[in-house]
Write a protein that binds this ligand. Structure first.
Ligand code: ARG
Length: 558
């Protein structure tokens, strides 16, 4: 039940406004004592030629519905107090009936392609890529709940001049056994070394470009080394994906498009969009600097590969939306990409969007792979899991499936930490913060869920035969109101491409529940016990579903 829709239906009898307008106008009063919903009459004053207070007074006198207990006038507002008994049984009834499907929207909205994670081969999986991975994965889950088919694409950074550089560095300074033993760390060392040496000796850059050219042309030595770097890197990335419980529909990265470059270049020529500029081939744009398609040495670029990839995605998936979850430092790149596609005459380019996010800072500065200033994600995840194990040993040593729960809690802490901030906020990297299990954290929500599950076990909860006959108490109404908002939150999260909407939602719900838990004897044997346990059950369902949408598991005990 969408309460705003219901109330708009009621108001329709009295006012000459569309239901949509009324729904938009209905707001939540700042304080609960002012009512559950407020309807402002200011915009009506002009057309009705009456003072807003007068309109509000008229409405509040006439308004009538089983859902409404009473209405009061404050200033130009009609403050509506809901019928708690009826609304509670409706909302809880709906959740108990629909379970994890509560808040689902009709399916068949079409494909939403999501470009996420997309780390660069031969470099450690960075915190920035973690952000893309968890935001992208959550958006996929939220999109599915909203009725889209999500396609998750890991557009691996496995092509580009940096591989020329790496090959040069490996040939000069690399040792096979060392790389075999510790691929990412050693390759990173070589990469960092290359940049140090290139500062003294710029000819190294030239050599790197030359080796990338060889690679593009299929040179055997270059290809063997590249394949090896790629394979070793993927092994390491897969460990992280496994820990995070994330899978992809496609791992076709930049290299996949190497042999599809000519076709794109030809297409651009055909459409007369390609012009020469200082020996390079570019597409000129109205609103942005020209988009570089081919360098003077013939090498294609990141943008060229993204053009090919975008067209490929449309041909393959017929997406209605195509998202790129990539840091905000690439904003210009995506603006250029989308404008080139529009100039090519592709109408579907309107469905594309860059979903930027802020940086992970260390001591207020951007973390950079080149200077070797990175934090290894796998180590962070392992630290979180170990800490969770330690907590379990201390607090609940007889817990079943300890290892699995520790993994769920440790990764839950990291994922939630990423998602609770609005995505464009820069976050300062702090291991301590990421490993916090108290306050507004993943483990806090998981713990609240587990505590609620334990109440259901202790109270031997069984589904009530009739929800409407249950006795609801006004202490539980704040929780009912939050539960009622879940579907709206799910919708808002996809409208704004913002998983923090759901993270904040579960924080609110968990807080309200813990407050209730502290004040009410939930398991006390009396007439209202069934109602209380039904409420607790509804809370477990929605917390679990909210966490699931973020990519976090909800263990039943911890
Ligand atoms: N590999 C790139 C990077 O780490 C991100 C790729 C994002 N996806 C894309 N289609 N451009 O910066």
């Amino acid at each position: 039940m969408n309460i705003k829709t219901e109330i708009a239906n009621v108001l329709e009898t009295y006012l000459d406004l569309t239901k949509e307008t009324m729904e938009q106008l209905l707001e939540k009063p700042k304080f609960a004592h002012l009512g559950d919903l407020a309807f402002p009459c200011f915009t009506l004053a002009k057309s009705m030629r009456k003072a807003p207070q007068l309109i509000a007074a008229e409405i509040s006198e006439k308004i009538e519905s089983p859902l409404i207990d009473h209405a009061e006038v404050v200033g130009g507002y009609v403050n509506i107090f809901l019928n708690q008994q009826l609304v509670s049984s409706k909302v809880i009834g709906e959740i108990l009936e629909q379970k994890e499907h509560y808040g689902d929207l009709p399916q068949n909205k079409g494909v939403m392609a999501i470009d996420l994670s997309s780390p660069n081969i031969a470099k450690p999986f960075s915190m920035g890529h973690l952000r893309s991975t968890v935001i992208g994965n959550a958006l996929g889950l939220i999109a599915e709940k909203n009725g889209y088919t999500a396609i998750r694409i890991n557009h691996l950074g496995d092509w580009g001049t940096q591989f020329g550089k790496l090959i040069v560095a490996y040939k000069r300074w690399g040792k096979e056994e060392e790389v075999r033993e510790n691929p990412i760390k050693e390759l990173l060392k070589l990469y960092v070394l290359f940049h140090e040496k290139a500062e003294e000796d710029p000819t190294l850059n030239e050599e790197g470009r030359k080796w990338f050219n060889y690679l593009e042309q299929g040179n055997e030595e270059a290809t063997i080394l590249w394949k090896w770097f790629r394979k070793e890197s993927l092994k390491e990335f897969n460990k992280i994906y496994k820990l995070l419980g994330i899978t992809f529909d496609s791992n076709d990265g930049e290299a996949y498009f190497n042999d599809k470059m000519e076709a794109v270049v030809d297409l651009l020529k055909e459409k007369q969009l390609l012009v020469e500029s200082e020996g390079a081939q570019v597409v000129e744009l109205e609103d942005y600097p020209p988009c570089l398609i081919k360098k003077s040495d013939g090498a294609t670029l990141y943008a060229t590969r993204d053009l090919a990839a975008a067209i490929h995605r449309q041909e393959n998936y017929h997406f209605v939306k195509s998202l790129y979850v990539v840091g905000n430092e690439q904003t210009l790149h995506f603006k250029q990409l989308f404008q080139v596609l529009e100039k090519m005459g592709y109408d579907w380019a309107k469905g594309m969007a860059h979903i930027p996010f802020g940086m992970m800072l260390k001591d207020g500065k951007k973390m950079s792979t080149r200077k070797g200033k990175v934090v290894l994600l796998e180590e962070v995840l392992q630290a979180a899991i170990e800490l969770a194990e330690k907590n379990i040993e201390e607090k609940n040593p007889s817990l079943e499936k300890k290892e699995e729960v520790a993994k769920q809690v440790g990764t839950g802490a990291i994922i939630f930490h990423e998602l609770k901030h609005y995505r464009l906020t820069d976050i300062e990297f702090s291991l301590e913060d990421m490993l916090k299990f108290e306050g507004e954290t993943g483990p806090y929500i998981q713990y609240t869920h587990a505590r609620a599950c334990s109440l259901l076990r202790k109270g031997q909860f069984s589904h009530p035969a009739s929800i409407t006959d249950l006795q609801w108490n006004d202490i539980s109404f704040p929780i009912v109101k939050i539960l009622m908002d879940f579907p709206t939150s799910v919708e808002k999260a996809i409208e704004n491409y913002d998983p923090s909407e759901i993270a904040k939602y579960v924080i609110d719900l968990a807080k309200a529940f813990n407050k209730y838990y502290a004040h009410v004897q939930i398991l006390e044997e009396n007439d209202e016990k069934q109602a209380r346990l039904s409420l607790v059950y509804a809370v477990t369902l929605v917390l679990k579903e909210g966490l699931r949408l973020l990519g976090i598991s909800a263990p039943e005990a911890m």
